[in-house]
Design a protein around this ligand. Structure first.
Ligand code: FMN
Length: 174
């Protein structure tokens, strides 16, 4: 059995896609957070957790922390998926907003299909739109968010996983 597992949370499938790519590349096991039992983690030295960002928060991150409490892995890393532009500054914001101190965090650009959002998510997105519309000039990122109301926005790319893959290959006992 592989000693690495990729565990993910995903509302609309984007994070699941990245989790699949990573698990394939590392020949790791793959599971949805809701299907993982705490005792199963005894088998793994490395746990990679992937989650989308919703209003700054990593979806189901607390559930991941609780699941890991019994058998903490030797190496734990996180990848976040969202619509913001990738940057080291945004990784620091994600860490701060989710109280992550020491764990390594990677960030991958995601996907948004407004037509397929739940009513609540549509409502939250409309709030964001109202905020953005107050701005005098728009950044590329804000423009992309506004575009997402009319078109599918898809920034996903397999290449984004490479820094995470290299990090695991360097630091994990594969
Ligand atoms: C209501 C709502 C809030 C969001 N908040 C953020 C956010 O704070 N930061 C960000 O980068 N992306 C944000 N996004 C974009 C999602 O993270 C992005 O669509 C992601 O690809 C969804 O992943 P999933 O398909 O795995 O659920 C938000 C999307 C919605 C609908």
């Amino acid at each position: 059995m592989s000693s690495t597992i990729v565990i993910y949370s995903s509302k609309y499938g984007t994070t699941e896609l990245y989790a699949n790519w990573i698990a394939k590349e590392l020949k790791a096991d793959l599971k949805k957070i809701s299907e993982v039992k705490s005792y199963e983690l005894i088998y793994y030295d490395t746990v990679i957790f992937g989650a989308p960002l919703y209003i700054g928060k990593l979806h189901q991150y607390n559930q991941m922390l609780n699941t890991m409490m019994l058998y903490p892995p030797k190496l734990f890393l996180i990848f976040a998926v969202g619509l913001k532009d990738p940057s080291e500054e945004y990784i620091q914001v994600i860490k701060k907003q989710n109280n992550i101190e020491d764990d390594e965090v990677f960030y991958f650009p995601g996907k948004l299909d407004y037509q397929h959002l739940t009513l609540l998510d549509k409502f939250l997105m409309r709030g964001l739109k109202a905020q953005i519309k107050k701005h005098q000039s728009l950044t590329d990122e804000e423009q992309r968010i506004l575009n997402s109301f009319n078109h599918l926005v898809d920034e996903t790319n397999r290449q984004f996983i490479l820094p995470l893959i290299h990090y695991v290959q360097k630091n994990a006992l594969l």
